[in-house]
Design a protein around this ligand. Structure first.
Ligand code: HEM
Length: 121
């Protein structure tokens, strides 16, 4: 698979992750019950998205010739990936902070994009 194909899969993963996080955040804002429709869809979408982001991310690294030890921007993206991964559970536990997540999560995503585009470190 080419680096560009990996990138499209990477972006698909990012789009799916943020679709799921938007849904999870709205559920938290609405105070929707635990067993309401949508929770499973958002949870599965979020899980598949994270897997897609990670596999395509490492696929691109291999295609672009990066090897261990990776540069700092890659490690920072892995930290962001972990935060995005934990966020769906955190949103559920802290519904009072849902509006904060609504704005902070896209900023976190933009930071990951910035790190890949500029590779500052
Ligand atoms: C949720 C977390 C992440 C988000 C939102 C994200 C977002 C993005 C975006 C938008 C791009 C496209 C940049 C461009 O136009 O060139 C990109 C590229 C890339 N990402 Fe991620 N990413 C994430 C996690 C990761 C992880 C965990 C890895 C590594 C394991 C990774 C590795 C890469 C690589 C290697 C590129 C291509 C850089 C290049 O073309 O030179 N990303 N990412």
């Amino acid at each position: 698979m080419s680096a560009l194909t990996y990138k499209i899969l990477h972006l698909l993963g990012v789009l799916l992750a943020f679709t799921a996080l938007g849904g999870a955040t709205l559920r938290a804002l609405a105070g929707t019950g635990e067993d309401a429709a949508g929770r499973k869809l958002a949870g599965i979408t979020h899980g598949v998205a994270l897997l897609l982001i990670l596999i395509s991310g490492f696929g691109m690294l291999a295609k672009l010739g990066y090897d261990f030890p990776f540069p700092l921007w890659v490690w920072l993206k892995i930290v962001i990936w972990l935060l995005i991964g934990a966020s769906v559970a955190v949103i559920r536990r802290l519904p009072a902070q849902a509006t904060t997540f609504w704005f902070a999560l896209p900023v976190l995503g933009a930071t990951a994009a910035y790190l890949a585009i500029y590779k500052p470190f």
